[in-house]
Design a protein around this ligand. Structure first.
Ligand code: GLP
Length: 241
């Protein structure tokens, strides 16, 4: 794993966006996974600015979300679909056919998860994923304890996120919520992985990801085993290394 410590959070955004652009320029039909959250919001903004400046051919690229909240309308502002659509897909003019998301509702999540990963394979497999990092070192919704060979499925959200989603969507306690997510094995199958982390809240997770012996207790530590991973972090996120 290559770790690059950058001076500011804005630099993390810009360098992450440049990595996505390089991927698309080197292979215009790339299959590119995106993540949502506070971290990647800035990256998406930088990517839109960069694409407006450099005008790459985006007609063949497939963008997909690596995870989604299960049990809420996809129009909810905190749903990954809506975040990616408003932050990246619409501003870049990506066609609906080239934007793949896991569903927020499903009568059969296992079947929909299988269809989703089959579609990614049909398009040539995952070329690149931009990852965020949970404060407990989760990737997507793969929480501590998730097997490294896990596949796409409905998993748990962190209790903090679940509480926020319930509050913002007025979802009662008896309605089950979850995080539908690519598994760690799906993430690991990507040709190239870039993980962005900013701020001191992420420093313990960054340290664990990079310094522990790979362990299922620390989901992001699986990245140590991958041959093409770049970690882009600011000084605060790097402060415990
Ligand atoms: C969420 C998402 C992840 C994201 C992570 C970090 O739970 N499921 O895909 O990478 O948390 O989010 P943030 O950047 O807001 O800290």
């Amino acid at each position: 794993m290559k770790i690059q410590v950058l001076n500011t959070p804005e630099e993390v955004d810009r360098r992450s966006a440049e990595a996505i652009l390089r991927q698309i320029e080197s292979r215009p039909c790339s299959v590119v996974g995106l993540s949502t959250g506070r971290t990647t919001c800035g990256v998406h903004k930088a990517l839109v600015e960069l694409c407006r400046e450099k005008r790459p051919d985006l007609s063949k690229v497939t963008f997909f979300g690596i995870d989604e909240i299960a049990g809420v309308p996809r129009e909810y502002s905190g749903a990954c679909y809506t975040m990616l659509k408003t932050q990246v897909i619409d501003p870049l003019g990506i066609k609906d056919d080239n934007f793949l998301m896991l569903p927020t509702y499903s009568a059969d999540f296992p079947a929909d998860c299988a269809r989703f990963t089959e579609e990614l394979s049909r398009r040539g497999g995952i070329d690149f994923i931009l990852l965020g990092l949970g404060e407990n070192a989760h990737l997507g919704f793969n929480q501590p304890g998730t097997p490294f060979d896990s596949g796409c499925r409905v998993a748990e959200m962190t209790p903090e996120l679940e509480q926020r989603v319930r509050r913002e969507t007025a979802t009662p306690d008896e309605t089950r919520l979850g995080g539908v997510t690519l598994g760690l094995a799906d993430i690991f199958s990507a040709g190239k992985l870039v993980l962005a982390a900013k701020g001191c809240d992420k420093a313990p997770a960054v340290k664990a990801m990079a310094e522990v012996k790979p362990s299922e207790k620390i989901p992001a530590s699986v990245l140590q085993l991958h041959s093409d991973v770049t970690i882009l972090i600011d000084r605060e996120a790097a402060s415990l290394l």
